[in-house]
Write a protein that binds this ligand. Sequence first.
Ligand code: FAD
Length: 608
Amino acid sequence: RELRCEVVLMAEEKYETHQYDVIVIGAGGAGLRAAVEASAQGVKTALVCKSLLGKAHTVMAEGGIAAAMGNVYPEDNWKVHFRDTMRGGKLLNNCRMAQIHAQEAPDRVLELEEWGALFDRTKEGLILQRDFGGHRYARLAHVGDRTGLEMIRTLQQHAVHKGIDVYMECNLQRLLTDGGKIAGAFGYWRESGKFILFKCKAVVLATGGGGKAWKVTSNSWEYTGDGVTMAADVGADLMDMEFMQFHPTGMVWPPSVRGILVTEGVRGDGGTLKNAKGERFMFNYIPEFFKAETAETEKEADAWYEDKKNRRTPDLLPRDEVARAINSEVKAGRGTEHGGVFLDIASRRPADYIQRRLPSMYHQFKELADVDITKDAMEVGPTCHYAMGGVRVDADTTAATVPGLFAAGEVAAGLHGANRLGGNSLSDLLVFGRRAGLYAAEYCKSLNGSLTVNNDQVNAFARVMLAPFESKGNENPYTIHADLQECMQDLVGIIRVESELKKALEIIQQLKQRTRNVKIEGNRQYNPGWHLALDLHSLLGFSEAATLAAIERKESRGGHTRDDYPNTDAKFAKVNVVVRKKNGEFALSQEPLPEMPDELKALLEEKK
Ligand code: FAD
């Protein structure tokens, strides 16, 4: 009775309500940068995040921000960065996004420095840049292996000084529309469980990815695909959902830490991959596409580590290639006792170098696995890491296909194509976060007429959200989540096959049915079981879209490997798989990539 009573009150608008021009959902790098920009444009802006401010994935980023500043290699420039990004993405990237990203990233890094970020330095006092997979030159601006922390600290301080209103531990669940245009967002405070309604003209989604749908993952509890599902629920297009990045090096032992990331910076700084027989197996897995610039012998690769003049070591091939190679080694029985391979930096670099360059990795292994990485090799294996797919956006403005909706960062699709290069996410956040804030503000200023929030729509959402308390069923949200993770890990993992993908889809449908019978005990105050029950909607939405798209793309490319279609297929080379909701159900289409201008085509063909 108490709950029903509250719904009646809500219909009379008795819930907490706020009015803004722009609501930015998500306070990682993309959200913070978007909020700073929108606010600088003079529109009333709020920043909303599910956890405490500063606790986004961005803070966990280790290796660095990719930007062709040319501080270590003067020959580096945006054109080479553009080419590397496109090749890493297997040419499925939105070329305009890749161009903007490569051109604007250096300015965004310098801007961060102006705002107070303290990067590691070259001897000449310039921002130091390190090597990462798939980048032709050392290009990642970094702060040891804690780059994300410095980035978030700087952006957060800047945002707070701008006086932007911040709503922490506030989980937004649904977007509200009026006549097809964004009009607000609805959710709840995690602490009190009370509902909160934002009325606004524009929403910037910056909610990150959905890696929590997989069992072995580097993602933390927040990454349940909320932005993707909220966007799909109001009819926005999703794109490239089949491309999920499995980072080659996650921890594999002990089981409690399986999936925690081991930065690519270890390999950038000299670490090499070895199988259980002590062989540097990556030389056996160099694809034709990368042969021209990859060392084919240990001697050649070692020389690269010393003077960087030679062809790069295959340990630093793009992540999809390395993850598949590790997978194959383990499958062939050459893996470690715990189903991984070895990553060894101790035999190449002295202890003080490792501790200075990789302090977090040193502590992570010492404290979680009792391994001293200055003496012994790490045991590593692939871990679900990054969603290349997400909300389809306009390359210049980040506008989604629903008016008033913008998306930036991991939640948006396009920049990375079929596979993201390491370091390109942090630069993505800065470049497209700024653009999202800018164009959302412009949109607000150009909007004529007023927007109305539909109370019936809000009340319906509130009823759905409270249903688990009144349920007669006995399903447990944790069990459903665990079953979903098992399903995605086993059937929609690194290597995929049609029959398993179809089986996954069936399981997802069954899990959707089971969520209707979730029963939550207790009350709404800080009730994690209830929070997870609500997140299941997005976890399942994200997983369903990813699985459908994976069935549709009948070829192997980047972060999507099909055992039944092991090669790339020219038919799919020029199309994105788009998923959108029609009458509550996902529908698929294949849509042509935007035409690449001749001057960009020429860059891809340049050898130097
Ligand atoms: P996030 O930083 O993920 O932030 C998402 C925000 O959305 C959070 O504030 C969250 O609370 C909020 N949110 C989510 N759902 C809701 C909701 N329903 N309501 C309200 N708020 C919500 N990339 C690199 O380029 N270089 C690296 O060195 C690097 N290292 C990494 C290391 C690790 C361990 C991990 C996990 C990732 C790493 N990445 C790296 C990837 C990169 O960190 C992420 O892709 C990037 O930080 C995502 O940023 P974002 O702004 O899109 O979202």
